[in-house]
Design a binder for this molecule. Structure first.
Ligand code: 2NL
Length: 336
């Protein structure tokens, strides 16, 4: 075989390597040219028969052929093993499903609580986050010297207004705008100048409730919160009421739920007491009725308030309130 023939065989071989459609075809190309009985070993064996000048040229060309073909075979082998190029659409691949969205645990608790109170005839009322001192404090019988008015506890704005410290001002606004019967719950964001730690946040949420009519009693309050406890935490949870003080209710109570983890026997969650503090409540103080223009001789009512984050933490076993505000999907995705 002379140099010209060898050169054309090399082009053929390189083309065949580049066009090989499978690993098997590629291996057949290798065997045809580089195999023991292939073209190139044959050329090397026949070198001796050539004239010395031709021998040098054909030998050099045979070496170039060998290296070039080995490179082409390796490149094609890699390409055949690689995933399909983009642009080819593999209809057998599984689809990519978007992850379904889910409500934040704070929203979940608000939605569930509102649904429970709706079954007892309560509707939702909302109001502004920036409140007058009248709606946030004075109408609620909270005297000007009360510690909750202190600038250390409340965000006061330059214009004399406040970031509401509870959602009761929403209830004051409803009472100012219409006569009883009133049966409302007020979920919403509240603000206090608390230093952040595992159980405190300067921004937090509350749900308050208000029921005013003729002949509303403390028994109605107890029944309402007991129903809420069962619906929210399960039928085996019971409630207890202990005397307390709030400026806006008289008498005032604190409402505890029996521990849903140990059933009241005592555990880490309830700090061995068997009970968990959930809500503050009481009969609306007649002085509040006077301030909003309700006849305290004709109407009675109860009100209650509870922290949404606290209920979420108890319900889902969340150890630190800050986890609720970090928007970390590794945390939030657990509450589907
Ligand atoms: C608590 C205590 C409470 C109220 C809120 C209220 C509202 C009006 C009139 C009278 Cl308009 N009372 N709200 C009553 C008792 C307790 O909240 O510990 N909240 C987390």
């Amino acid at each position: 075989m002379d140099a010209r023939q060898l050169e054309s065989a090399m082009h053929e071989a390189l083309q065949a390597a580049e066009a090989a459609s499978s690993a098997e075809v590629l291996e057949a190309v290798r065997i045809r040219y580089l195999g023991r009985k292939g073209l190139l070993p044959g050329v090397m064996k026949d070198l001796k028969a050539l004239a010395p000048a031709d021998r040098a040229e054909v030998g050099r060309l045979a070496n170039t052929f060998k290296t070039a073909l080995a490179d082409a075979l390796a490149a094609r082998r890699t390409a055949l093993a690689a995933p399909r190029e983009s642009g080819t659409f593999d209809t057998t691949l599984p689809g990519q499903w978007p992850r379904p969205g889910l409500a934040h645990p704070i929203s979940r608790v608000i939605e569930d609580a509102v649904a429970v109170f709706a079954r007892m005839g309560f509707t939702v009322a909302e109001g502004p986050d920036i409140e007058t001192a009248w709606h946030n404090f004075e109408a609620l019988n909270t005297p000007a010297h009360h510690p909750s008015l202190d600038a250390q506890d409340t965000f006061w704005l330059d214009n004399g207004r406040v970031l509401r410290t509870q959602t009761s001002p929403v209830q004051v606004r409803v009472m100012e705008s219409r006569q009883p019967p009133v049966r409302i719950v007020t979920p919403g964001r509240c603000y206090r100048r608390d230093t952040t730690d595992a159980t405190h946040s300067a921004n937090f949420h509350q749900i308050e409730g208000l029921y005013v009519d003729t002949d509303v009693s403390l028994a109605d309050l107890k029944g309402t919160l007991a129903f809420f406890a069962h619906a929210m935490m399960g039928p085996s949870v019971s409630v207890r009421f202990r005397p307390h003080f709030f400026p806006f209710t008289e008498p005032s109570v604190e409402c505890d739920f029996s521990c849903h983890v140990c059933g009241g026997a005592g555990c880490r969650v309830c700090k061995q007491s068997g009970w968990i503090e959930i809500a503050g409540a009481g009969m609306v103080d007649p002085r509040v009725f006077e301030k909003v223009g309700y006849d305290p001789e004709r109407f009675t009512g109860f009100a209650f308030g509870m922290g949404v984050e606290r209920i979420a933490m108890i319900r889902y076993g969340i150890p630190d309130i800050r986890l609720l505000y970090e928007n970390d999907m590794r945390f939030l995705a657990q509450f589907g």
